[in-house]
Design a protein around this ligand. Structure first.
Ligand code: NAD
Length: 378
């Protein structure tokens, strides 16, 4: 199906050539208000691996504003299993080849791309061209150019774009953002974040294959640490210097194992991250003029925990993925703020690139030139 730009669409409507007729054939139809009378948006998961199976699909059973309407899988055997388990009708089941036919399917409003990182851009762009709103998993893509292409495709096709950054909908993370916003403990002097796990079982997995992953610990877990130091300060960094450590080169043949990086912020905050596929770590800590706050764990699916220099935080725990997908559905349905827009994914990839550049330059300082609010969600 041919692509129609937003300008073309507006011109066609303005000419009075029949919006109704256009709506019946255009992939833009879905994005131009077809879902306005829907109470719940239909989500199609693309890629039925472990995150879709154990987190997203169960969360969609609980969600209030969206539900699992369709699947896109390259594994024939999964089709009937998922259809039976989630009551998915046959016309809402696609494979990677016939995926573009989803444009004609009015039951699907949102396409959620949960594939290996090298496939994010292709499927996000195809989803946008099919007139579907897009959620793209982290890391957003393999390059800044791919991030731009995803953002542009969503703009051109008037569809919304969200990142799979579940923590922005999560209460402990939101509390940290509130402490930052309200300067509860005064100016922040230091922030650190660690995100890692110990990978042992399968050296042949796609996450350790650069062609499919785009990088190692940094693009996988490091993105959480980068996110933490940004929402934990409310600022984009202005520079980074980084180091890479390799202690198990036989296992991590193709991708980075452990990376540390130091950040400067315009306000004077000093930041530090560690990310690893060899070290278990999951923490955010900020030291401020008049106290401190900490999340530990800071990014797991299991309940987060947090405390400040004044005492324990205590929030009700719900599925983070349910909260995230409901927030994105509310962004589409009720124009509520997009908590994790595409620009946030792009900003994090710019930082990832700068970290790799610093390492390649022997730890040299690499400048980061973001607008102050670039990449911040609502
Ligand atoms: P996974 O390996 O469990 O699943 C990957 C899926 O992609 C499988 O269904 C597999 O069949 C399919 N696939 C298609 N082409 C493939 C190929 N060439 N090689 C390997 N698999 C291929 O991975 P996952 O843990 O579900 O991760 C998928 C995406 O979700 C990744 O981008 C990951 O970073 C992201 N993720 C995000 C979170 C989060 O908390 N936001 C958590 C886990 C994973």
């Amino acid at each position: 199906m041919g692509k129609l730009s937003r300008r073309d669409f507006n011109a066609t409507v303005a000419k009075g050539t029949g919006a109704a007729a256009l709506m019946s054939i255009s992939p833009l139809a879905c994005a131009m208000g077809m879902h306005k009378d829907k109470k719940k948006l239909g989500v199609a998961l693309v890629g039925l691996g472990s995150y879709s199976t154990y987190q997203l699909a169960p969360a969609l059973l609980e969600a209030e504003h969206c539900y699992l309407a369709g699947i896109v899988t390259g594994t024939k055997d999964k089709e009937q299993i998922w259809a039976n388990k989630y009551g998915i009708s046959q016309e809402n089941i696609y494979n990677y080849e016939n995926f573009d036919n989803i444009a004609k399917n009015r039951a699907i409003d949102v396409v959620y791309v949960v594939l290996p990182n090298s496939m994010h851009a292709d499927f996000s762009i195809r989803a946008a061209r099919a007139g579907k709103h897009v959620i793209c998993e982290k890391p957003m893509a393999m390059s800044i150019e791919e991030c731009d292409a995803i953002i542009e495709a969503c703009k051109e096709n008037d569809v919304k774009l969200g990142m799979g950054y579940r923590l922005h909908s999560e209460p402990y993370t939101q509390e940290v953002k509130r402490l930052v916003r309200e300067k509860t403990f005064g100016d922040i002097n230091y922030i650190s974040a660690e995100a890692g796990y110990r990978s042992m079982s399968n050296p042949d997995q796609w996450r350790l294959n650069k062609e499919l992953s785009g990088g190692g610990a940094l693009v996988n877990m490091g993105v959480y640490a980068i996110q933490s130091i940004i929402y934990g300060t409310g600022e984009n960094p202005i520079s980074v210097s980084a180091q890479e450590y390799s202690t198990r080169p036989d296992y991590f043949k193709d991708t980075d194992e452990t990376i540390t990086a130091q950040f400067e912020f315009k306000s004077g905050v000093v930041g530090n991250i560690m990310t690893s596929h060899n070290v278990r770590a999951n923490r955010l800590f900020a030291s401020c003029e008049r106290g401190w706050y900490e999340l530990d764990p800071a990014s797991t699916y299991i309940p987060l925990a947090g405390r400040t220099s004044r005492g324990e935080m205590n929030f009700t725990q719900e599925s983070q993925q349910k909260l995230q997908m409901d927030d994105f559905a509310k962004h589409i349905l009720f124009d509520e703020p997009n908590k994790a827009p595409g620009e946030m994914g792009k900003r994090d990839m710019i930082i990832v690139k700068a970290i790799y550049e610093s390492i390649a330059g022997g730890g040299k300082k690499v400048a980061l030139n973001f607008e102050p609010s670039f990449g911040f969600g609502g």
